[in-house]
Write a protein that binds this ligand. Structure first.
Ligand code: GUN
Length: 326
């Protein structure tokens, strides 16, 4: 049966994909982290510390960084928010990173991306001490990930793996297709899925006949940054669909087209605060074709922060060569 036919039939039967609750898994992970933080403190007198660095005042970055700092405090970690002016030079930023590298009590360093265009992002990332690189973006850590060596893995891909595994979704032997080849999500996620014996395909803007490729996947991950891009024709009936996108919808007609039965609630949100969020997957179409689907919001987003907390505790333990490593 084609995806389109399946969508029609599923819709007629009011069949809906099961929603994969990322918030629930994120809460589980954060509870585990809090237990580990208190154990480190009691047994070793160590309180892991995360330093978050932000350059400029991009509103989305501010929300993400504040969320990371607030969550650290809630779980018993120490945190520092280094908010630098948009005019900060590359040399000034590098100086701060080097200072954080030298401070022994700092376990994790996170430089929020994107950085202003005048700053060489790659140079900043490779200046972070790989042992404190809780984002897993340093070239040494990227290399270790691709060699299957123990490493702190990037937060969003690691969170997606937790979501799949904790929901009992079989990765070994599955065909996994990732749409998007970014350094933050697509490429590292491909490594993590491959390590778990999935057959992995990465698609991108030059992929020919995209729906034919994506609709072979048992696990389809959309990480391209285009609102509602993945539609029924891209999805194999019954597949697990993971939506990494976070896009703002401000137009009522767009919301009506994207959200189907949920549209009124979303239109009310636009009226209230000017926007509603949609992922890279068309929610109404995906819900009638996919077997399982992550919602936006409440899917992958909360997992990124939870895994950052997990990574910071892992970095603290490894740097201090404390045992019971996970
Ligand atoms: N910008 C978007 N996602 C991320 C992330 O996971 N880490 C950092 N540092 N910046 C980001």
């Amino acid at each position: 049966m084609t995806a389109q036919k399946f969508a029609e039939q599923a819709s007629a039967e009011n069949q809906r994909a099961e929603l994969l609750d990322g918030s629930l898994v994120a809460e589980q992970i954060k509870r585990e982290v809090a237990v580990e933080v208190s154990r480190l403190q009691q047994e070793h007198g160590v309180r892991p510390c995360l330093a978050a660095v932000q350059v400029g005042d991009d509103p989305a970055s501010s929300v993400y960084v504040q969320n990371k700092v607030r969550t650290s405090e809630a779980l018993g970690l120490r945190s520092e928010h280094h908010a630098l002016a948009a005019e900060t030079t590359e040399e000034e930023l590098l100086e701060l990173v080097e200072k954080l590298n030298r401070r022994d009590e700092v376990d994790g360093i996170l430089v929020q991306l994107p950085l202003p265009p005048a700053i060489d992002e790659a140079r900043v990332l490779r200046t972070i001490d790989p042992a404190k690189d809780v984002d897993g973006f340093h070239p040494v850590n990227v290399g270790k990930l691709s060699l299957c060596q123990p490493v702190i893995a990037p937060c969003t891909p690691a969170g997606i793996i937790e979501l799949l595994e904790r929901n009992g979704i079989q990765i070994s032997g599955a065909r996994a297709c990732i749409v998007g080849r970014s350094h933050i999500v697509g490429r590292p996620l491909a490594q993590l899925l491959l390590q778990r014996d999935a057959t992995v395909t990465i698609c991108h803007s030059r992929t020919k006949d995209l729906p034919r490729v994506t609709s072979e996947a048992d696990i389809l991950i959309a990480a391209i940054g285009r609102a509602g891009f993945v539609r029924a024709e891209h999805i194999k009936p019954g597949a697990t669909v993971v939506d990494v996108g976070i896009n703002k919808v401000t137009d009522e007609a767009d919301a009506r087209e994207l959200f189907g039965a949920e549209a009124e609630k979303r239109i009310a949100a636009i009226a209230r605060r000017g926007f509603t969020l949609v992922g890279d997957v068309h929610p109404a179409e995906a819900r009638s074709v996919a077997g399982k689907l992550t919602p936006v919001p409440g899917g992958v987003g909360p997992l990124t922060v939870a895994m950052l907390m997990h990574n910071t505790v892992t970095a603290a333990r490894r740097r201090r060569t404390l045992n019971s490593d996970k």
